[in-house]
Design a protein around this ligand. Sequence first.
Ligand code: NAG
Ligand code: NAG
Ligand code: NAG
Ligand code: NAG
Ligand code: NAG
Ligand code: NAG
Ligand code: NAG
Ligand code: NAG
Length: 556
Amino acid sequence: MLRRLSRANTDVDLTEVLLSRDSDNRTQVLSPRIAKSSRFSYLLPLCIAVCTLGLVGVFVSLFLNRKLIWFRKEANDTFLQTSLILGPRNDSSSSIYADVESRLLPQFRFITISSDDWGRFSDAIPLFPNNEWKEKNSDISIASGTPWENGTVETKEDLQRLVQLMESLNRGVPAHEKIVLTPFFIVSGPDISEMKRRGCPGSNCSYVDAPIYSGRGGFSKYPFNRDGLEAQYKELFARGFWHPEYHGRAHFNVLEWFREIQSKDSIAYKCFDLGLVCGNSYSSLRSEHSMFSSNDKDPDIEVIEYMQWISVGLHAFTEFWGYKPVVVSSPHNTWSSSLLQSIFQLGFIGAELGDNQTDLLETYNTYNHLSLMNRFRYDAFYPEFRLDSRLEQLISHINKTRFTSLLWHAQNVLSSCFDTSHLNYLSNCFVETVKKLRQLDDCHVVFLTSSELHQIRRQGWSREVWNDCLVYRNFLKKPVATNVDDLSLLLRTNETWSNRVLSVHFYSYLNDSSSFLLAHPNIISHRKGRGLLFISVQDTLILPPGSYVQVKATSE
Ligand SMILES: *[C@@H]1O[C@H](CO)[C@@H](O)[C@H](O)[C@H]1NC(C)=O
Ligand SMILES: *[C@@H]1O[C@H](CO)[C@@H](O)[C@H](O)[C@H]1NC(C)=O
Ligand SMILES: *[C@@H]1O[C@H](CO)[C@@H](O)[C@H](O)[C@H]1NC(C)=O
Ligand SMILES: *[C@@H]1O[C@H](CO)[C@@H](O)[C@H](O)[C@H]1NC(C)=O
Ligand SMILES: *[C@@H]1O[C@H](CO)[C@@H](O)[C@H](O)[C@H]1NC(C)=O
Ligand SMILES: *[C@@H]1O[C@H](CO)[C@@H](O)[C@H](O)[C@H]1NC(C)=O
Ligand SMILES: *[C@@H]1O[C@H](CO)[C@@H](O)[C@H](O)[C@H]1NC(C)=O
Ligand SMILES: *[C@@H]1O[C@H](CO)[C@@H](O)[C@H](O)[C@H]1NC(C)=O
């Protein structure tokens, strides 16, 4: 278990404070430590209020195919009118973002590469292990004629190629300009062979989970037999190539699936019989995060059911990755007001949506606490994708908005059902795009993890947790003060920083200069000694405007 999942930090601009080695400002750096303010101090009363009152009664489900389904329940929007915490509610978060934007350094544009479906081995449509399977089983190919007809599961070779791709894009590139992916992980799925052994789909049938942390995640079982992916997933994280966030537990509507497999002449049953998941039609099992919603249900009950379901997924995620995810993308981009409430109460800070969902969902983003972002679809495997025109649209989008989330599914690098030349084309589209974005004249594009993007959008600066370091970035026009946390409070590791020598690497985007500080804890802090400024765990770290700051334990 994680020792403590603290998200405490300070959110204070110390306008006067400059971190400087030899100026009189040093006395200001020595100003009293800023008290930590725990997020939970305001979360708790809010949770109680939310659970008790039940805020929203509308369910919205938006599907990828742009079909829009909207059920209106007994809408009682009394609590939409007034916020218990922040005063009168504004219908969108735009005023918050506008305020932060006005305080950001103007020349930067922020991009995250939001990549859904990693770890996924079940879906509403069949994921075939390879082309042979696909050709042999055309009777269950319910996704034929759609961009998803060649949907499959990653292999070791796919992950190796991804490592090479990231290596080549980041070779010789300094840390603050490296490109990073945010893979949204499916952390589990059904163990179909075990379910069959226990009598499924008969009357005794029950759901058996095959979580990723168990050492034998579902992708390692028949018919996928992808053994040993776990080590490669972790290598990509350890090398800073990706920073996973939460997608789901199954990627399909498990309750509806149970109904569909009961009938032996259904397509769902045929898939089940083969060891795959699929629905009777393209969209009948869409999707995981709408399965507890229904027209006549108490929204409070829905919220509780989603929270219970997602909690198990969060457990699997933290067991495997060692940290708590803070951003969600929902399978098939299915969203509802009760899902928003649930993820907020579970401590998420943001959500990445489909192409055009924020307008509707902001209406239910009570208290404006979640950062909601539409994603800019950039899936080269969609037949209508044309690199030149899409890249032009992307650049003009970046010209207009500070924050961009590119929707770039795992499918863009999955080889099992694509031939090599198509795969090369897909990866080339990605490489060309990154190159182009790095060369833009009008603005400076910074690649961020999804968590960093949402933090900067909400407050102008960020702290990201990595395997062996913390990375802070500040894009406000003013310095920010924050306390350096012990990594072991944020990540499952047996190595506390409390008695280690820390090194702090500062980089300034504004004047392209770097500096290093060595910090020894509990001896001297924030003082000059032998020409070095010391900073230790729990001390206040000053993030200058336009800075990238990496804090790490040294091997001493
Ligand atoms: C909606 O709120 C009003 C009070 O503003 C209340 O009288 C009414 O019963 C509520 N309706 C439902 C369905 O909860
Ligand atoms: C809501 O936001 C708009 C746009 O930023 C602003 O003009 C308006 O005054 C805000 N309303 C309230 C009640 O804060
Ligand atoms: C799926 O693969 C087949 C060849 O195996 C190809 O003809 C087809 O275009 C592919 N579909 C998509 C959407 O890429
Ligand atoms: C269900 O389980 C019970 C007890 O575990 C067993 O007696 C019964 O035969 C099972 N039914 C089926 C259809 O497998
Ligand atoms: C986005 O959705 C809204 C309705 O929710 C619609 O009015 C608007 O035209 C859509 N925009 C685009 C670009 O599709
Ligand atoms: C981006 O904006 C700059 C000026 O702000 C303009 O010169 C340039 O043509 C724009 N590029 C695109 C692709 O819209
Ligand atoms: C942490 O655990 C690993 C293996 O469990 C061990 O090799 C290492 O020495 C431990 N480190 C510390 C500081 O206890
Ligand atoms: C660059 O900027 C940083 C932070 O604002 C400052 O500490 C540093 O002295 C500057 N370096 C140079 C060479 O101007």
